[in-house]
Structures are given as structure tokens and as C-alpha cells.
Design a protein around this ligand. Structure first.
Ligand code: FAD
Length: 512
């Protein structure tokens, strides 16, 4: 299909002239996909955060890498235009937007790749950068009985969107983030080159793009490692009154060998009250059971901690074998007696658990509320101080959404990728996932997040923002620390005019 191109009307002659120039360039491109005018109410002006909105010049639905390359080259031919790949727009701070630039809707390429391969004796799948992880899951399990090893909690995110950050969930302690589970990428660079890269072929681009915040190229294909998909999951939650006991067990579990631990380890903080979102009711997995606070010790404070665990098994496993294995693992933990909740669910049901929460939240009308979220990686060395100040004081009354905290191992992350991490081997991901009604309280919550980050900096905590969103160059330099020079060099190599991912606000578009 030949691209259809609308005409944008501007007040000034200069802008009209510019539009004519751009129209001419685009008409000459002969795209297979389609183009429409940027619209302030369209998808390209919005994201999940609901905090920012800017108007793009055009929204492009490419058919594949060739179209994307043409768009990037066309932008390079102008003095000022930028290009943002939009995955599923689940960023918080406008990272997938392009003010007055081109937004590429990667979802239109979602079906382009889906091929099973064996690489060095192990199964892998080639998928599109614009594919949703939930589609990758469904197709891999139903067609091949296989599944990627490392996930995010929520799967309506695109492959390229999470690989641009890291992609973290309760499997990351064992397999590393999603960026550690990819062996090859096809990328359209900021020069418009379509390049295949891997650890051995164009490695600077490969490692740069992984966790690269979209700065070096647009991922059009990723080769993802697979493993045998289990049939079932025993999903377990156990409660702690003391942070030290919670972290001791969590760190123990993530440091054990594969057959001596769970297959998934996460955790969250909740309030010691009956608040339906952040209190006791948020813990029970089985709706028929109630959380009984009588089990809590008298010493319990305003916040409590929950370890969330999962054990994979197959339909052919004897129930007694599963029970025994789970009992052995649970038996080694020091949670509050009686405060355990568990259910058996299908593997797909487990991985799609947040989808169900999304459906409930949509039905309640809260899913589309603004989301001033804050995600951090905090080193084990500072996590007690973080708990004392942030969890026990700043957010002790809850945030209207989940407060996640669980440990990860630095050695499972490849330091050649662009992701910035704290120094220590064990660090915690902390996620304050706020759901805030539209109105003045949104700004207040953004300010509270800023206070937390400022406090971390002032106290000299070993931390990094995950899904970072700074505005000043100085902040970005601090964020990347001694990796900044490498990051800058990669930018100069692969996107010298700073055309890509302008919504990250790291580099300014140049005309050189
Ligand atoms: P977008 O928001 O569309 O894009 C994000 C950035 O990546 C932008 O800069 C964009 O330009 C760039 N980009 C998009 N596609 C490409 C591409 N193909 N190539 C290069 N750059 C690209 N994260 C976790 O790690 N673990 C979780 O458990 C988790 N859960 C989440 C749950 C919810 C409900 C939400 C809203 C977010 C969650 N996230 C989680 C964060 C999520 O991983 C990031 O926000 C991710 O960027 C969203 O993916 P997306 O496809 O919507 O990307």
C-alpha cells in the first residue's frame, strides 16, 4: 500500500514551506505502511503515565525495517526532525513521544517475525521488536510447548520496549533480565542502516541497544532464548513483620542453585491495616481465605513485607512430589507462622496475572488514572536505610498501588549492555506503582517521588533509577557514571544527529 500523507496547516508561511518540504520527502519514499497526521488526542501523544502529552508531526505505521529506515533517513535529511519508536506506550514520562517529530507505531510490525530456531543446541525464537510479550508467550507455549526464560510482570509491553530498558520480573535472579536472554537483534540505527548484531557481530550496537533507552537504534527483530514451558505453577505468598527477616530469606532464595530454590522470587511492602489496595486484603491469593492479623507479633510496625514465590511443575508430576518439594523450600523460611497463602494456577495463568488485575482496574475505572511511578535499583548495602526512611516513613500509608521490592544479582546482568546498575552484587528493585486520580494530587505525588530521589542522592545511596527520566544532562551523566563516555560514544557512532528517542531527553537533535 502506498503511504497516504495528510497535509498539516500551520499559521506561518515558513512552517507551511517546511511541511511542503517534508511532504515531498515522504511522498518520494513509497512506504509499504501508512502515515497519518500527528493528532494531539491520538495514541502517539499519550502514554501510560498520563503525565505528559506532546503532538507529533506524523504517526507512521511501518510495514517493517525498510519503512523505518526510510523514515529515519528522511528525518536525517531535515534540520530538526526526530523519530520515536513507540512500543505499546507504557512509559510513564513521555519516553516514546516526539514533540513535532515522527512517531513510529511498532505494533504494526508485531507479526513480522516468528520463527523457531536452534542455536548451539538451544531453542530460540525470532520475534518482532513490535510484538507484545503476551503474544510471544501464547504462541510459544501453544505451538512449541516452549517459553522465554525471563519476563516482566505485565506482558502487554513490546519486545523492543522492554529490551530498551532491561525487562525485570521474578525470574531475573536466575536468568538475568530480558536483556540477558537475547542473542541477536536486527536494528535500524539513527543513520537509517538496517544492521544485524549480536555478541560477535557488531557487538557495540548489540550491547548498546540492550538497555539503551532507544538511543542507538530501533529494534525490529530480537532472538530470544527459550526453555521448556512448565504446565503449572504453585504461587505462594508469605508474610514478614521484620524487614531484616524478609531480606534475609529473599537474599537466601535468590542465591541458591536452581534445584534448591523457587522459580520466581518477588516481594512487596504492604500496610498493616485493612486498606483494600495496600493493606491486608492485598495479600491473600485465594479469595476464599482472609488475612488474619491475629497472627502478627505485637512488635509489628506500620508496614509489613510479603515474599511472593512460584514453583513450576508438570501435569505428570505426582501431587505428593510437588507438595514435598514446596514444603521443603517453604520450611526453610522465617515468615510469620500462619501467614501463608497459596494457589495452583496454570503457567499461562500465572504469567498473565497482571492482565487480570488490568481487567479489574479497567472495570473499576482506575486503570486509566495517571501513574506517577517511581522505579529504582537500590544496593543491598543501603536497603535497610531505604526501608527505614521511605517505606516506614514516607509511604507508610500506602500509595494507591503496589510497592514492590525484591533482590537481584548483578552477576546475571551483562555489564556490556547500556543498563546502569548500583555497584553491589545484590541490589533490590523497588517499584512504587501509584494510581492517582486526575487532579492536583498528581503533581503532589510527582513531587513526593522527586523527594525520594533527592533524598537518595543527598544520603549518597548506591542507587540508580530504573526506567530513568531525567531532564538535565548533568543528571544523565550522574546516572550513567563511568559508563557515560561509552554511552556518548555509542550515540556518536549510531545516531550522530540525535534523531532517535527524543522523549528520553538525553541528547539534543543536531544538524551535523
Ligand atoms: P514504550 O513505552 O512504547 O517505549 C519505551 C522506550 O523504548 C521509548 O524510548 C521508545 O522510543 C523505546 N522503544 C520502543 N520500542 C522500541 C524498539 N523496538 N526499539 C528501540 N526502542 C524502542 N518493566 C519491567 O522491567 N518489569 C515489569 O514487571 C514491568 N511491569 C510493568 C507494568 C505496567 C502496567 C507498565 C505500564 C509498565 C511496566 N514495566 C515493567 C515498564 C516497561 O517495561 C517499560 O515502560 C517499557 O518501556 C514499556 O514497553 P512499551 O512497549 O510500552 O515501550
Amino acid at each position: 500500500m502506498i503511504a497516504c500523507l495528510g497535509r498539516i496547516v500551520h499559521d506561518s508561511d515558513a512552517e507551511s514551506k517546511l511541511d511542503d518540504d517534508v511532504s515531498t520527502i515522504f511522498n518520494s519514499l513509497n512506504l509499504q505502511g501508512s502515515i497519518e497526521n500527528g493528532d494531539v488526542s491520538g495514541i502517539a501523544s499519550k502514554d501510560f503515565g498520563g503525565l505528559y502529552s506532546v503532538k507529533p508531526l506524523y504517526l507512521i505505521r511501518p510495514s517493517g525495517a525498510e519503512d523505518i529506515s526510510r523514515v529515519v533517513k528522511a528525518a536525517a535529511g531535515t534540520p530538526h526532525l526526530t523519530v520515536a519508536a513507540r512500543g505499546n506506550g507504557h512509559s510513564i514520562n513521555g519516553q516514546a513521544m516526539a514533540d513535532g517529530g515522527y512517531v513510529i507505531d511498532m505494533r504494526s510490525t508485531g507479526e513480522n517475525h516468528f520463527k523457531l530456531l536452534t542455536v548451539n543446541g538451544s531453542p530460540c525464537i525470532d520475534v518482532s521488536g513490535g510484538a507484545l510479550w503476551e503474544d510471544v508467550l501464547r504462541r510459544c507455549v501453544s505451538r512449541f510447548g516452549l517459553a522465554p526464560r525471563s519476563w516482566t510482570d505485565y506482558l502487554s509491553l513490546t519486545v523492543g520496549g522492554t529490551l530498551s530498558n532491561a525487562g525485570v520480573s521474578g525470574q531475573a535472579f536466575r536468568y538475568g533480565p530480558q536483556t540477558s536472554n537475547v542473542t541477536e537483534l536486527e536494528v535500524v540505527t539513527g543513520k537509517g542502516d538496517i544492521t544485524v548484531c549480536s555478541e560477535t557481530q557488531n557487538p557495540e550496537l548489540f550491547f548498546g541497544a540492550l538497555g539503551g533507552l532507544g538511543q542507538f537504534g530501533i529494534m525490529t527483530r530480537a532472538r530470544v532464548k527459550l526453555q521448556l514451558a512448565p504446565d503449572m505453577v504453585r504461587w505462594i505468598r508469605v508474610v514478614y513483620a521484620e524487614f531484616e527477616e524478609f531480606t534475609r530469606d529473599a537474599e537466601f532464595l535468590v542465591s541458591q542453585k536452581e534445584d534448591e530454590s523457587f522459580d520466581y522470587v518477588e516481594g512487596f511492602v504492604f500496610c498493616n491495616n485493612d486498606d483494600p489496595v495496600n493493606g491486608w486484603p492485598s495479600v491473600q491469593l485465594n479469595p476464599d481465605q482472609e488475612f488474619n492479623p491475629a497472627h502478627l507479633p505485637q512488635t509489628a510496625g506500620p508496614v509489613l513485607y510479603c515474599l511472593e514465590l512460584a514453583f513450576h511443575y508438570r501435569n505428570s508430576d505426582l501431587p505428593s512430589t510437588v507438595d514435598m518439594a514446596v514444603s521443603r523450600l517453604v520450611g526453610g523460611l522465617g515468615f510469620v507462622d500462619g501467614l501463608i497463602s497459596q494457589v495452583d494456577v496454570s503457567y499461562m495463568g500465572f504469567l498473565l496475572r497482571v492482565k487480570r488485575a488490568e481487567q479489574d482496574a479497567k472495570a473499576n475505572g482506575v486503570w486509566d488514572n495517571p501513574h506517577p511511578w517511581l522505579n529504582l535499583f537500590v544496593s543491598k548495602s543501603d536497603i535497610v536505610e531505604f526501608d527505614q526512611t521511605v517505606f516506614k516513613k514516607m509511604v507508610k500509608n500506602g500509595i494507591g498501588g503496589p510497592m514492590l521490592i525484591y533482590p537481584l544479582l548483578r552477576s546475571k546482568w551483562d555489564s556490556r549492555t547500556s543498563v546502569a546498575l548500583p555497584e553491589g552484587e545484590i541490589f533490590y528493585i523497588v517499584a512504587l506503582l501509584r494510581f492517582v486520580p486526575k487532579g492536583p494530587s498528581v503533581e503532589k505525588k510527582v513531587a513526593e517521588n522527586r523527594e525520594i530521589v533527592k533524598w537518595c542522592i543527598k544520603e549518597g545511596l548506591d542507587f540508580k533509577l530504573y526506567l530513568p527520566h531525567y531532564r538535565a544532562k548533568e543528571d544523565w551523566k550522574r546516572h550513567f557514571g563511568n559508563q557515560w563516555t561509552r554511552f556518548e560514544k555509542r550515540k556518536a557512532n549510531f545516531d550522530p544527529m540525535a534523531i532517535l528517542a527524543p522523549g528520553q531527553r538525553i541528547f539534543k537533535r543536531t544538524n551535523q
